[in-house]
Design a protein around this ligand. Structure first.
Ligand code: ZN
Ligand code: ZN
Length: 416
């Protein structure tokens, strides 16, 4: 009896000498209690022994432990045990939630969304190449030094334009993109950057769960090789405890309807597809989603007429709050796993308005009109044309170049 009491005392003494070399700042060890946030790691050591230590965790879903390195995987409490010879020491670990931050960055016309959760940085799209400086300013503002996951929804330049520079300048660990390829210069540059960084892009499949961060469930609801770049968009649902988000790239109504038919899209935060275009966000879909927050990433005074008034009218019926980067600047949604709040901050003073105007002039000439292809005849038209194909035979392109790249030829009387 006395012997085992001594052993216990000895064990406690050793337990007191656990030292923490935590990577996470907020992780500390006080005696045999320790607090750590989800996604962070800490090192534990038993001093003064040369004996082999066997580590174990009482709940592997909450913490995993390997060679004294503990990783916090989900919030809750668990006990880590270290077995040295015959004595067992334990340390109580409380794992706290980090909360989730979704920043819709103001990068003019395009998409770039930064998600910060469980000590990970996830970037969905990067915006146009010409707005890279604006993207960088904002990534710096939010303390991004490295990108754990870069998700490129589809190959259009307003989504992947700065991706090559992000890959070159930030430590990007992994890249997700659809199988859909494109002949554009921007797309080739992304492929070159990915390969010189030694990254093999991951092409997710519909239904896949992506392991992006602890405490976060991410499921791909649509990704396509088909028709157009936009319909190839990776559509993804994220769940952080009771906070839910739907990211849609530039998915057209057809894709949104398909997704709605197969999956639960009743979420709290909706990234409105295709910058509020009228070819997305059909009424029944918006009714099903009925988000607390609808976020639109759109450039002020863009030449596409985004967001479309009719889309805004539909959104006003079903979304509690509509936030737009052209009016609100960078938008942040904060979630604690239960409630959500929004913050808006104009991080960019658009002295670069000039850039915007210049590009507007350029796009007005080249892409002010919608390009509509006829799937049967493989001829494409502008939306002003008198001989437009039937709706069921239509395919929408973002530009003439995109139509040509996909083997369509121009209609002589409307395309010049
Ligand atoms: Zn777009
Ligand atoms: Zn697009």
């Amino acid at each position: 009896m006395k012997k085992s009491l001594l052993l216990l005392l000895f064990s406690i003494l050793i337990a007191f000498s656990f030292i923490s070399v935590a990577k996470a700042k907020d992780c500390h060890l006080s005696e045999t209690e320790m607090t750590i946030t989800v996604g962070s790691t800490a090192k534990l050591k038993v001093k003064g022994t040369k004996e082999k230590i066997t580590w174990s965790s009482s709940d592997k879903k909450i913490i995993s432990v390997k060679n004294g390195k503990i990783t916090a995987k989900a919030s809750g409490t668990a006990v880590i045990s270290a077995k040295v010879g015959k004595s067992v020491m334990s340390c109580h670990v409380t794992v706290k939630k980090t909360g989730i931050l979704v920043h819709m960055l103001d990068i003019g016309q395009g998409d770039a969304i930064l998600i910060q959760v469980s000590n990970k940085n996830i970037l969905i799209d990067t915006g146009e190449e010409k707005y890279y400086e604006q993207l960088m300013t904002q990534l710096d503002h939010f303390g991004v030094k490295s990108v754990d996951s870069l998700i490129l929804t589809h190959p259009d330049s307003d989504h992947i334009g700065s991706a090559d520079k992000v890959i070159q300048n930030y430590d990007v660990a992994e890249v997700y993109m659809p199988k859909k390829t494109c002949t554009s210069r921007e797309f080739s540059e992304v492929i070159a950057a990915v390969s010189s960084a030694g990254i093999t892009p991951i092409n997710p499949n519909e239904g896949d769960f992506l392991s992006l961060a602890c405490d976060l469930t991410a499921q791909v609801l649509s990704v396509d090789e088909g028709d157009s770049n936009n319909s190839a968009s990776i559509v993804m649902r994220l769940d952080y405890y009771n906070n839910s988000f739907l990211f849609t790239g530039d998915a057209p109504a057809k894709v949104e309807n398909e997704v709605m038919g197969k999956y639960d899209v009743d979420v709290d935060v909706l990234k409105v597809a295709h910058h509020g275009s009228d070819y997305s966000s059909p009424i029944l879909y918006l009714k099903t989603v009925s988000p607390e927050f609808a976020l639109i990433s759109v450039g002020a005074g863009n030449s596409y007429g985004h967001p479309c008034d009719t889309t805004i009218n539909r959104l006003e019926k079903f979304a509690k709050s509509i936030l737009r980067t052209d009016l609100n600047g960078t938008i942040t949604i904060k979630g604690d796993g239960d409630t959500l709040t929004s913050e808006t901050e104009p991080l960019i003073t658009w002295e670069e308005k000039e850039v915007e105007t210049k590009s507007r002039k350029y796009t007005e000439k080249k892409e002010a009109t919608q390009i509509i292809g006829n799937k049967k005849s493989k001829v494409f038209h502008t939306d002003q044309c008198d001989s437009l194909p039937l709706e069921k035979n239509r395919i929408y392109f973002d530009s003439e170049d995109e139509a040509i790249a996909q083997g369509y030829r121009p209609h002589n009387s409307c395309v010049n």
